[in-house]
Design a protein around this ligand. Structure first.
Ligand code: DSN
Length: 417
């Protein structure tokens, strides 16, 4: 990122806060599994003059003039998305993951009809039918849970529920599920009950693109995703599909739900998709998983209780209560020590979401900085120490200094300090 001289002159207050956030992102070990560092190229496209243009409609069918370059940019983004994920239809206009999911509901289900998704407390997402969200308010939502012992999705239970409620649509995928999704198994259930299978791959899109997690296609007919998590693009969303519902999906995004697409984001998505098609990115995505497995192993050795015992993807969910601390104070202590994560419920959590039993961590950001399995014992050690000295401010500050020094050895993409 440049020094932003125009911003410094026009609004020193905001300029200074952005610089401070830049330093924070540089000096912290960032373990929130939905975050990453976008490349400088992605950031340049995001901050470009494409911000200035309105383009309601789709390439070749717009409601505003002056689309000769925008049409080409959006077409390139669409074609790259189709090629990367091996699908015949892509919509790159959703503003993010929730609007992408909302558009799919609008395309496929009428208010009051039945949908099924993984419950939020078990690693699903708000938009998968949770009560306070539009998906639980406007639709008849049936939520499946993970197995109480293994904390894995149990397809027998999913099938029993599906046969009982006969949903129009089944969502799979989640935000705090550390294991592989059996898309083929879900597809068998969806077919048996006549439901459309939708895979929300927001968290794992980069892993899917690189072959580090199985692809939902051709099992699911639709996949939704954000573009800024493991995919490492700008903040945005996409809907990928086998084409069966292409017209309904496009109509649902615009004019059903949104107005003009964010053209600067569309261009940055195109750049990120080009990056994601490289061998470098494939290595990156496999390293994300290798790092998560190595970190999980080291945390296990230090007595942390990992949900499902470990991980197959980029994220680790930890019940920290056996360490004599709850999720929120643990996350706050880690933050004071220079490690960023989020507190999170664990399956069947007896505690409330705002003060739960767990923390959620992941490796996309640290892997973007070039960290490998070699660094994971050290990170596990800092997590262990910070949780042990959670009430000792001075001890936490000492860890933060060590971490800031350590981070200097791993320059973050997109950040020049
Ligand atoms: N907020 C995202 C996450 O952190 O997983 C999901 O929407």
């Amino acid at each position: 990122m440049s020094d932003m001289p125009a911003l410094a002159a026009a609004d020193p207050e905001i300029h200074e806060l952005i610089l401070q956030e830049t330093r924070r992102q540089d000096e912290y070990i960032r373990l929130i599994p939905s975050e990453n560092y976008a490349s400088e190229a992605v950031m340049e496209a995001t901050g470009s003059i494409l911000n200035n243009k309105y383009s309601e409609g789709y390439p070749g069918r717009r409601y505003y003039e002056g689309q000769e370059y925008i049409d080409r940019i959006e077409t390139i983004a669409i074609e790259r998305a189709k090629a990367l994920f091996g699908v015949s239809h892509a919509n790159v206009q959703p503003y993010s993951g929730s609007p992408a999911n909302q558009a799919v509901y609008l395309a496929l289900v009428k208010p009051g009809e039945t949908v099924m998704g993984l419950g939020l407390p078990f690693g699903g997402h708000l938009t998968h039918g949770w009560g306070v969200n539009f998906s639980g308010i406007h639709y008849d939502s049936a939520q499946y849970e993970v197995d109480p012992e293994t904390h894995l999705v149990d397809l027998d239970r999913v099938e029993t529920l599906a046969r009982k409620v006969r949903p129009k649509m089944i969502m799979c995928g989640g935000t705090a599920y550390p294991r592989i999704w059996d898309f083929e198994g879900f597809a068998r259930i969806a077919e048996a009950v006549g439901a459309v299978l939708v895979a929300d791959i927001a968290h794992i899109a980069g892993l899917v693109a690189a072959g580090a997690h199985p692809t939902p296609f051709p099992h699911a007919s639709i996949a939704t995703t954000t573009t800024h998590k493991t995919l490492r693009g700008p903040r945005g969303g996409m809907i990928l599909s086998d084409g069966t519902h292409a017209k309904e999906i496009d109509r649902a995004v615009f004019p059903g739900l949104q107005g003009g697409p964010h053209n600067h984001t569309t261009a940055a998505i195109a750049v990120a998709l080009r990056e994601a098609a490289t061998d470098d990115f494939k290595r990156y995505a496999h390293q994300v998983v290798a790092n998560a497995k190595a970190l999980a192993e080291k945390l296990n050795e230090r007595g942390f209780r990992l949900v499902s015992g470990g991980t197959d993807n980029h994220l680790i969910l930890i019940d920290v209560t056996p360490r004599g601390i709850n999720g929120k104070p643990a996350a706050k202590a880690l933050h004071a020590a220079g490690i960023e994560c989020n507190y999170n419920t664990v399956p069947f959590d007896p505690r409330k979401p705002f003060d739960p039993s767990g923390i959620r961590i992941g490796t996309p950001s640290i892997t973007s900085r070039g960290m490998t399995e070699k660094e994971m014992p050290q990170i596990a050690d800092w997590i262990d120490r910070a949780v042990s000295v959670a009430n000792d401010e001075q001890a936490l500050v000492r860890i933060r200094r060590e971490i800031a020094e350590f981070c200097r050895g791993f320059p973050a993409p997109g950040i020049r300090v």
